[in-house]
Design a protein around this ligand. Structure first.
Ligand SMILES: NC(=O)c1ccc[n+]([C@@H]2O[C@H](COP(=O)([O-])OP(=O)(O)OC[C@H]3O[C@@H](n4cnc5c(N)ncnc54)[C@H](O)[C@@H]3O)[C@@H](O)[C@H]2O)c1
Length: 285
């Protein structure tokens, strides 16, 4: 990496804001790019609120928060923002065509040696990397929401990722205070491969009349010592996101274990997406 302190984050949504904050808090100069100016404003407001919370909790000093904030710039100008980047992390919509089109544009402006990473949750990193002329410099960096709080990063080795690229990605994730683990480019990587089928199975159990939603959640909280039940977790993740991941696992593997639960699809079709819409398996004020 030519200059480990210059990071460009593509996409100023939930994940882009969190990734930018984590990189800036670790001392990197970060530029966040989005095609919507409103998204960039929301991103800065999200970072401000998150830094304030960390200061209030005593996790971060006032000074450190102000310095981190000062290291984040935002722009709609993709060409200018990737021109000097040592690392480009993409966190735009979970849509293959959108991601590939963006990476083609990035490639014509970014330094050839820049590390390229996608934060995709359910698409193939290898397939996204096909849009880049430097697939050996391309890998997955899968962060978890909320990024400033959750320590894990899945570093995804795509088919053409070079060993040096993988080492740099692991070193980068470590340097920003995260705990990286390396995994192959398989559907759901590790966490979603194990977690989402469990959540989907809880919805099957609900559909089979095993118990009421509240009782399924209480059972797994108190009987398995988990911080929350699977249906409350689905509401937190978003039922649309949960459905997209289980559909992707099912499509990629054709394994009947990953058959999406009917009730999950019904709720998504009704716009009941969980906490973000006020209702999913549970109701929220
Ligand atoms: N939300 C999560 O919990 C989570 C967790 C891990 C990974 N991810 C992955 O991270 C990525 C982003 O998810 P999110 O929840 O932050 O999405 P989001 O919808 O909150 O934000 C996406 C942003 O990308 C911008 N965008 C779209 N196309 C663009 C383009 N061509 N150029 C520049 N900006 C563009 C949009 O304007 C939007 O602001 C997805 O790949 C998702 O699968 C999400």
């Amino acid at each position: 990496m030519s200059d480990a302190t210059t990071v460009t984050v593509l996409g100023a949504g939930t994940m882009g804001a969190g990734i930018a904050q984590a990189c800036a808090a670790a001392g990197h100069a970060v530029t966040v790019v989005d095609r919507q100016p409103e998204a960039l404003e929301r991103c800065l407001a999200t970072v401000d609120a998150s830094l304030e919370r960390l200061v209030r909790k005593g996790t971060m000093s006032d000074d450190a928060a102000a310095q981190a904030r000062a290291r984040i710039a935002v722009t709609t100008d993709l060409a200018a923002s990737v021109g000097g980047a040592a690392i480009v992390i993409e966190a735009v919509y979970e849509d293959l065509a959108t991601k590939q089109a963006l990476w083609r544009q990035v490639d014509s402006h970014a330094p050839a040696e820049a590390l390229r990473a996608t934060n995709t949750s359910s698409l193939s990193v290898t397939e996204i990397a096909q849009a880049s002329s430097r697939p050996e410099r391309f890998c997955g960096l899968h962060f978890f929401n909320p990024v400033p709080v959750l320590p894990l990063v899945e570093v995804v080795r795509a088919e053409r990722t070079s060993p040096a690229t993988l080492d740099e990605a692991v070193a980068f994730a470590t340097a920003i205070g995260k705990t990286p683990i390396v995994c192959g480019d398989t559907p759901g990587f590790i966490v979603n491969r194990l977690l989402i089928p469990y959540v989907n199975d809880a919805v099957h159990a609900l559909g089979e009349g095993v118990a009421r939603a509240a009782d399924i959640d209480t059972a797994m909280k108190l009987g398995a010592n988990l911080p929350m039940g699977p249906l409350a977790l689905a509401d937190l993740i978003g039922l649309d996101v949960t459905l997209a991941v289980i559909e992707s696992l099912h499509r990629e593997t054709a394994d009947p274990r990953f058959r999406p639960a009917v009730r999950l699809r019904q709720l998504v079709r009704a716009g009941k997406l969980g906490r973000k819409t006020g209702e999913g398996f549970h109701r929220y004020e």
